[in-house]
Design a protein around this ligand. Structure first.
Ligand code: MN
Length: 195
């Protein structure tokens, strides 16, 4: 089926984009993310009282053949599970190995990336900045601030998102709150897929 995309504009105002976003939106609550956090006991104790929204996504996936683009906006709320800051769960791109651009609209955070064999990269994210994510690297965004972290992403169509590997291996690094603010530490539970 051929999908025709007409020209359009979209406000990237982090407070107002929801009103005009042309695609669909969804929410991720803690109950569906529990196994991605390092402190499952802390997650369980929050879930006894509440099931908070951790992040929300607005996406427009364009699957037309040719050179169209898909894009989305993710809004990660401020919060922690134990000492670990709220994050987007993170994924590898499986099909096509397409790359991705992330442009930070508001808030403060850390982008964690790693390849299948466990080589990792960490980048600070602040408003107005762009991060280039090679498709071969898993990527997760962590909100280290006390306001929502909002970022805009663009990726080529026909990418399959692999979340399963992340559930099995975790990320090599964790971002935890420390006495002097956010700290990036080694994840003791991480193991590369090929071991
Ligand atoms: Mn991606």
């Amino acid at each position: 089926m051929t999908q025709t995309i007409n020209p359009f504009t979209l406000s990237l105002n982090p407070e107002a984009f929801q009103k005009t976003f042309p695609g669909s939106s969804s929410q991720r609550r803690l109950s569906t993310l529990k196994n991605y956090f390092s402190d499952v006991t802390a997650a369980d104790s929050i879930l006894k009282k509440d099931d908070p929204v951790v992040y929300e996504m607005w996406e427009m996936e364009n699957e037309a053949p040719g050179r169209c683009l898909s894009f989305g906006i993710t809004r990660i709320l401020p919060g922690k599970v134990g000492k670990e800051y709220y994050f987007s769960r993170g994924h590898f791109h499986t099909a096509g190995d397409g790359d991705e651009l992330s442009i930070i609209l508001s808030g403060r955070g850390i982008l964690l990336m790693h390849s299948m064999d466990g080589k990792s990269e960490t980048m600070d994210m602040s408003p107005g900045q762009m991060c280039y994510v090679p498709g071969r690297m898993a990527h997760r965004v962590v909100n280290t601030g006390n306001e929502a972290l909002v970022f805009f992403c663009i990726w080529p169509p026909k990418i399959d998102h692999d979340y399963e590997t992340i559930v099995r291996t975790g990320f090599p690094k964790l971002v935890l709150s420390g006495i002097n603010g956010p700290q990036v530490v080694e994840n003791p539970s991480y193991h590369p897929i090929n071991r």
